[in-house]
Design a protein around this ligand. Structure first.
Ligand code: PEP
Ligand code: MG
Length: 581
């Protein structure tokens, strides 16, 4: 039996299924007399949960670094959120219900509110709220169990490594598992942008989400037709489990053998011997490939016939630079600075930004760091910006448009970048450009920032300035734009959505959102040609740069730099080394 899912993380896993059930599914509306004692129980459980989360934070920090651990800081904050605490307390007081019920009902209320928001990031936060609710309930239950601790399902000792199958799994639940005890993760609910998904990728777990264990929907049928990974595995109709699409329907598979093919988005239950054999071979190939790739860490990114290409990393946080350095990159081709803004409650100041940029620049020790100015808007929003609600956010007020309006915010960032440039090799890059005028205005503000720093006698470094080519207008104007800047970096993620009129956030448009579309590849070619005619370089920093089936084509087009997520560096280096131009 084969089920389809959305890829969270690639890789192949073979093993037994372990169905994971939340421990608080059976919370009932119990009545209490002593509401004060109940509120005290809640307060105690909340503090215990916070202490436990602090421990999980430390574990995640040690095993996965800051990026993997950050969510547990958020969980601690959520537990102290007054809206949450007040709502639980009020429910206990007014309705004389048990703390367990009050917590569950409050979390359900908040998570439903998040789910209804028109923003994928906020929707994904619904899972975090449910997660902290479960943890407080687990603590409350400990207080009524004689002798203390009840093992929650997540802490249960899984004896052999298993494929974990869950309705939904919270980051804290996943983080509690010992990585060596999980082979893969399969969930019915959850977004590929959720923190659980990020953790799964950080843990390098093959993982799928959106797997419908129950009834078939029209949409899945459509997906079925459009997805045929290698022509060898045909997806069957998962409606064999007719009825409600709930996890209960796969309970009967608890302990059964299964395969997770993360990249192809397949979950194969009770596979036959031939399929098992095929996947064992695939797994072996993967292991060999990883071993082979790790040997390329110190090697040059050069083709068979001696052309050297710059291979850089895309990073979104200071610590990401470590993984990039480990695999021997030439520099940072795209430093997405949004993280400084999205993780904050207010505009990050110049000093804070300067410290973050300088940290990366110093880590990179003379290698080039391209810092992209703030690309806020569309799906990346922060409350304190008070961005307008928009019918079409992707076609809206974002990136350079915001910065050229809010020059105070823009100049603060530019000053921080210029100051960081004093400590190494920095370039500035502007996102979402559609006109020559925008570039000139941005450069003018850089000049103003330099003049201010001069007056204040604050040291800063030399920078080159480039733009992202990620709109059809920028492609069309690439000849003119090339006369204004030092480099182009092609953002195929947005370029694809704007050229093909297909929202990159909408999973229903997956079949239309095709970065390999001839229009996109044609645009890349044109942009590189126009860059070279003006004597500037052009690279690709969109996800397409990591598509190794196109590496040779890109090199033939004359692409000067490929910038990819740290996880893809070695695979791209291997692809370059296999090219003869
Ligand atoms: C792109 O659009 O290709 C890009 C690299 O930028 P982002 O994905 O951050 O929009
Ligand atoms: Mg972009």
């Amino acid at each position: 039996m084969i089920f389809l899912g959305k890829t969270v993380s690639g890789g192949v896993a073979l093993g037994r299924i372990e169905i994971y059930r939340k421990n608080d599914a059976d919370v009932i509306r119990a009545q209490v007399d002593d509401t004060e004692a109940e509120i005290a129980r809640f307060e105690q459980a909340k503090e215990d949960a916070k202490r436990e989360i602090a421990k999980i934070y430390e574990k995640a920090l040690a095993e996965m670094g800051e990026a993997g651990a950050a969510i547990f800081e958020v969980h601690q904050m959520l537990l102290d959120d007054l809206n949450f605490v007040d709502a639980v307390t009020e429910l206990i007081e007014k309705e004389k219900v048990s703390a367990e019920y009050a917590v569950r009902a409050t979390c359900d209320h908040f998570s439903t509110m998040f789910e209804a928001m028109d923003n994928e990031y906020m929707q994904a936060r619904a899972a975090d709220v449910r997660d902290i609710g479960s943890q407080v309930i687990a603590k409350l239950r400990e207080t009524v169990q004689e002798g203390g601790k009840t093992a929650t399902a997540a802490e249960r000792n899984v004896r052999e490594p298993v494929i974990l199958v869950a309705d939904e799994l919270a980051p804290s639940e996943l983080a509690r598992f010992d990585r060596s005890r999980i082979l893969a993760l399969v969930t019915r609910c959850g977004s590929v942008n959720s923190h659980t998904a990020i953790l799964a990728r950080t843990m390098k777990l093959p993982a799928l989400t959106g797997v419908e264990f129950g009834g078939e929907t029209d949409e899945r049928m459509r997906l079925d037709e459009s997805r045929e990974p290698d022509g060898q595995i045909r997806t069957q109709n998962p409606a064999r489990l007719d009825g409600t699409p709930e996890l209960d329907k796969v309970e009967e598979f608890d302990g059964h053998i299964a395969i997770v093919d993360g990249s192809a988005g397949l979950f194969l239950v009770d596979p036959d011997e031939a399929t098992l054999e095929k996947y064992r071979a695939k797994q072996k190939e993967e292991t060999q490939r990883e071993r082979f790739l790790s040997e390329l860490r110190d090697k040059e990114t050069v083709t068979r016939d001696g052309r050297r290409i710059r291979l850089c990393a895309n990073i979104g946080a200071v610590d990401d630079a470590d993984a990039a350095l480990r695999d021997g990159v030439d520099g940072i081709g795209l430093f997405r600075t949004e993280f400084l803004y999205l993780g904050a409650d207010d505009f990050p100041g110049e000093e804070e930004q300067f410290e973050a940029y300088r940290a990366v620049v110093e880590k990179m020790d003379g290698r080039k760091v391209i810092i992209r100015t703030l690309d806020i808007g569309a799906d990346k929003r922060a409350d304190y910006f008070h961005l307008p609600g928009e019918a079409n956010p992707a076609l809206g007020y974002r990136g350079i448009r915001v910065c050229l309006d809010r020059t105070d915010i823009f100049k603060t960032q530019l000053r921080a970048i210029l100051r960081a440039a004093y400590y190494g090799n920095v370039d500035i890059m502007y996102p979402m450009i559609i006109s020559v005028d925008e570039v000139r205005r941005a450069k003018q503000i850089v000049e103003e920032a330099k003049a201010e720093l001069d007056t204040q006698e604050i040291p800063y470094g030399k920078v080159e300035q480039g733009i992202m080519i990620e709109t059809p207008a920028a492609v069309w104007l690439s000849k003119e734009l090339a006369g204004e800047v030092d480099f182009f970096s092609i953002g195929t993620n947005d370029l694809t959505q704007y050229m093909l009129a297909a929202d990159r956030q909408d999973p229903r448009l997956d079949a239309f959102y095709d970065p390999r579309h001839p229009a996109v590849l044609g645009a890349v070619r044109t942009v590189v040609e126009n860059a070279h005619k003006s004597g500037i370089w052009a690279g690709i920093c969109g996800e397409l740069a990591a598509d190794t089936s196109l590496t040779e084509e890109f090199l033939r087009m004359g692409v000067d730099e490929l910038s990819v997520a740290p996880a893809h560096i070695l695979a791209v280096r291997a692809a370059v080394q296999a090219c003869t131009l």
